[in-house]
Design a protein around this ligand. Structure first.
Ligand SMILES: C[S@@+](CC[C@H](N)C(=O)[O-])C[C@H]1O[C@@H](n2cnc3c(N)ncnc32)[C@H](O)[C@@H]1O
Length: 203
C-alpha cells in the first residue's frame, strides 16, 4: 500500500511549485543558506521537483533521490543543462541503496516532516554519509513553546490527512535517537522555533 505522503506527492506533483509560489521568495533565501555549505559528493534526499538544484555551490556532484516518480519527473526537467548532476533516481529515504561512507554532504529540505519513519531515514543518512561529512537539513518542526506545541499536536491529524505532512515532528530528538552526537548538531531557528536549519557533523 502507498504511504499517505507518497500518494499526495504523486497526485500533486504538477501543482507543487505553484502551491509554493507565495512563499518562494522566503524559501529560496533559506535554500541558498542551506546548501551553501555543501561540498564534494552530495546526496539530496527528497529532491522533489529539484528546487535546490540551481543553488548548489560550484565543485559539488549531486545525486538526488525521491520516493515519488512524479516529483522526479520535474526534477529531471529542472536538472537539464546543469553539469553538477550525477544522477536523480527513485529511492526511499529509509532504504538507501548506497554503500556506507559514500557522500561528503547529505542535504534535505522540507522532507522529514513526511518521511514515514524519520529515525530510520536519519540512520540511513548517517550510514551513507562519510565520517566527518556534513548533513544539512531545512525542516519545520514542533514548537517547544507550550501552547504552540499543543496546537501543533492538535492540528497534526488534519495536516497529515490532507498532505501527508506531520507538523509536530521532534526532529532534533529524532536525530539524537538515530545516533547523531548532540554536541555535533547545530539547530538554528530561522522562523520562530518552527523552521530550523540543522548542520550536523557525522562523527
Ligand atoms: C515537501 S516536498 C519537498 C521537496 C524538496 N525537497 C523541496 O524542498 O522543495 C517532500 C518531498 O519528500 C519526498 N519524500 C517523502 N517521503 C520520502 C521518502 N521516504 N523517501 C524519499 N523521498 C520522500 C516527497 O516525495 C516529496 O518530493
Amino acid at each position: 500500500m502507498k504511504s499517505k505522503n507518497k500518494q499526495y506527492y504523486d497526485q500533486n506533483a504538477a501543482l507543487y511549485d505553484k502551491l509554493l509560489a507565495p512563499v518562494d521568495g522566503t524559501l529560496t533565501k533559506w535554500r541558498k543558506e542551506l546548501v551553501k555549505d555543501a561540498f564534494g559528493k552530495t546526496l539530496e534526499v527528497g529532491i522533489g521537483t529539484g528546487k535546490n538544484i540551481r543553488h548548489y555551490p560550484p565543485g559539488i556532484t549531486l545525486t538526488g533521490i525521491d520516493s515519488s516518480e512524479k516529483m522526479l519527473k520535474y526534477a529531471h526537467r529542472r536538472a537539464n543543462g546543469y553539469t553538477h548532476i550525477d544522477r536523480i533516481v527513485k529511492m526511499n529515504a529509509e532504504e538507501l541503496i548506497f554503500p556506507d561512507n559514500t557522500f561528503d554532504t547529505v542535504v534535505a529540505s522540507c522532507v522529514f516532516c513526511s518521511v514515514s519513519d524519520p529515525i530510520k531515514g536519519f540512520q540511513e543518512i548517517k550510514r551513507v554519509c562519510k565520517q566527518n561529512g556534513t548533513i544539512l537539513l531545512l525542516e519545520h518542526v514542533r514548537s517547544q513553546k507550550k501552547i504552540q506545541g499543543i496546537i501543533m499536536d492538535f492540528l497534526n491529524p488534519i495536516s497529515y490527512g490532507l498532505y501527508g505532512d506531520n507538523i509536530n515532528r521532534k526532529t532534533y530528538d529524532n536525530l539524537v535517537v538515530a545516533g547523531f552526537d548532540p554536541s555535533q548538531i547545530e539547530a538554528v531557528n530561522i522562523w520562530s522555533d518552527i523552521w530550523q536549519i540543522f548542520r550536523i557533523k557525522n562523527n
